[in-house]
Design a protein around this ligand. Sequence first.
Ligand code: NIG
Ligand code: FE
Length: 415
Amino acid sequence: MQHLLLINIKELAGVETGESRIKRLAGSDMKNLPSIRNAWLYMENGRIHSFGSMDEEHYIQCNDIIDLKGKKTVLPAFVDSHTHLVFAGSREGEFVDRINGLSYEEIARRGGGILNSAAKLNTTSEDELYHAAHERLHRVMAQGTGAIEIKSGYGLSVEGELKMLRVIRRLKENAPIPIKASFLGAHAYPVDYKQNKEGYLNLIINNMLPQIADEGLADYIDVFCEEGFFSVDDTSRLLDAGAKYGLKPKIHANQLHYSGGVQVGVKHNAVSVDHLECVGDAEIASLQGSNTMPTLLPGAAFFLGIQYQPARKIIDAGLPVCLATDYNPGSCPSGNMPLLLTIACTQLKMTPEEAINAVTINGAAALELEQEAGTIAVGKRANLIVTKEIPSIQYIPYDYGNNPVDKLIINGVVA
Ligand code: NIG
Ligand code: FE
């Protein structure tokens, strides 16, 4: 039997007691991050077995003990529910083009952007892609990521999309953390289909989806629903096609325009609608009463220098907010969750507690992992962050650009 006991934890944050489990936190509930000061936590066979206060409850004795000496805090590992972590090469040339005045959309119209990454990916071997992605995965784990979603979408051909999804499957098999795969064949129209959009939609529906389903390569279907990319009608058709194979939607919506993306996502019962720079009353109304998670990606808005997501408006309307990095070579070449927390606090005016809930329990909900991850609760997977010596939870986003993580515990073992 494998076990580990943490004692003298300065603060055990994000705890959930009682029998019933929280699915997600919304509205004013997001500001509460329940914690136990001076705590202990016992893990057995990869799961959280029990926890409590050093003063009150007695803990199970075991030989594997880490004494945090009242200096280090423990919280649930971060869940990054939206990334494009598998990619080839980098795009710093476009970064400079944007500094010199070109917009993300202009770069895309000139054949750069996603098509630039697709050209690189299609000439890179599966092995090379795997090793680069594996290294990125371990780098973000060192920054506290304990569960992650990864998309395809830089293949834009049958072979390219399958290659990416097979890389993600290999990561799932070899990495210790939960990984979910999203099929994003509808990320951009590839060069060969610029004049034949119908042909590309048919390729996705008739060729890609059946093979992906056959090999069980995807958990979700994604579409970049945006002016200049895939329309609301295209999105609707693709989501219907994905549903035939049991793929639930998690879509890119309302990044650059009020595109109707949020509404079409909600209509198809999307697990999440992601980006959301452009959110008005109609988008909020459509999210209300739905199970769809609004997921904000402020790292991309930061890096592209575009408007931020109206997090306060969404939370104040009683809705949940999830935050994710969007780690990709174009709009956000960083999977750094602590930095994302800082951006959420300073630019979106989320409190540190709201931001942490957005990347723990709400991140878990955006990947349908709320029974497994996102809070410190008995029976959940023991994926935890042990922080460096920090004065408070608020210090994590405050201490910006620095890594608060001392140790990541995955499945009850120090990773
Ligand atoms: O989420 N917006 C669409 N897709 C990615 C960016 C992809 C890229 O530029 O390579 C995003 O921002
Ligand atoms: Fe994205």
